[in-house]
Design a protein around this ligand. Structure first.
Ligand SMILES: O=C(O)CCC(=O)C(=O)O
Ligand SMILES: [Fe+2]
Length: 314
């Protein structure tokens, strides 16, 4: 390119960036999806089969801790295109909900974007996307759920199958978090909801920006001896996976704190696979990860999540 040409293109408004992956022509459809969700591009799907890229490292040297840490699980060659693909193609939500502490109602603004797919063990999706009872195979009664459950799209189901094969666990839910920058976070909590059953296994994937995953043991119950456990910091990189299992959820808390610096300007996606045993789990997950607001979709030009009106080109 001549000097002139280089300068011209420097001052011209930049053309929309070329997609960082080749969009597949086939997609997953469901009445509860705001828009169809494309299947994985074939180069990503092909390379994904080489997962896990590294052996998992067992971390069980502290009280009640049982982790397997894959650094990375997703081959490095596709981690960034898988991140771009999922950010662009999944519907996200910014959920707002009220909690009542005694007489006081507080509004909670979830400090990250979320989405969820799946249904608990009492039901299953047929090929056509309708729900049947897991035992009788008959269509479920309308009153079973307050929410409208959505099946895992093909692109996330591919990762679920691999994860099941690696871990020997089974999963029926996929929750996705998108942290737009270092201001988005998740505060200390444990995923020990009763609807997951005792000692649940949760596989947690990271894509995009590096963020610290902090863990600390829950405090000892009053009167019981102090627990000799050191806090943990895992610097989760793109493609990493942490399998949390056994007594971990019952005894440890985890969080992704806000962060500053270079990595904080980039987005990060977290995907967790879980298994909900009862219908209350389904309503809970949709209430807190889809909520009542409209869907958002990544606006590549504006580089942000934007309300999905249905008029946009998919
Ligand atoms: O983003 C992460 O790595 C953790 C997410 C998490 O803990 C959750 O969704 O329950
Ligand atoms: Fe969690």
């Amino acid at each position: 390119m001549s000097k002139r040409g280089a300068l011209d293109s420097f001052f011209k408004p930049s053309a929309p960036k070329k997609a960082k992956y080749a969009v597949s022509t086939s997609a997953s459809h469901h009445t509860a999806y705001p828009f169809p969700i494309p299947h994985l591009p074939s180069d990503i799907a092909d390379q994904l089969q080489f997962s896990p890229a590294e052996e998992g490292r067992l971390m069980n040297d502290q009280p009640d801790l049982d982790l397997v840490y894959y650094q990375p699980y997703i081959p490095t060659s596709i981690a960034s295109s898988l991140f771009e693909f999922l950010r662009q193609e999944l519907p996200f939500y910014r959920v707002i909900y009220q909690i009542k502490r005694g007489p006081v109602e507080t509004t909670i603004n979830t400090p990250r974007f979320t989405t969820v797919f799946g249904v608990d063990e009492t039901s299953r999706f047929t090929e056509s996307g309708s729900l049947v009872d897991a035992k009788t195979e008959k269509p479920i009664e309308k009153s079973r759920y307050k929410c409208i459950p959505r099946p895992l799209p093909h692109c996330l189901d591919a990762l679920r199958k691999l994860t099941e094969a690696t871990t020997g666990e089974t999963f029926n839910f996929c929750l996705v978090n998108y942290y737009a920058d270092g201001n988005d976070s998740i505060s200390y909590h444990s995923d020990d909801e009763r609807f997951l059953g005792k000692d649940p296994a949760i596989a947690s994937f990271s894509l995009g920006a590096k963020r610290d995953f902090l863990m600390k043991h829950k405090p000892a119950v009053p009167g019981a001896p102090a627990i000799d456990a050191k806090p943990i910091k895992l610097p989760l990189g793109s493609g990493d996976m942490v399998l949390m299992r056994g007594r971990t959820q019952a005894n440890w808390l985890h969080s992704i704190p806000k962060r500053a610096g270079d990595e904080a300007r980039k987005g990060r996606i977290n995907i967790t696979f879980r298994k909900a045993m009862v219908k209350g789990g389904t309503d809970n997950y949709y209430q807190y990860n889809v909520g009542k607001g409209g869907a958002l979709k990544w606006d590549a030009g504006g580089k942000k999540m934007a309300p999905w009106t249905g008029d946009e080109k998919t």
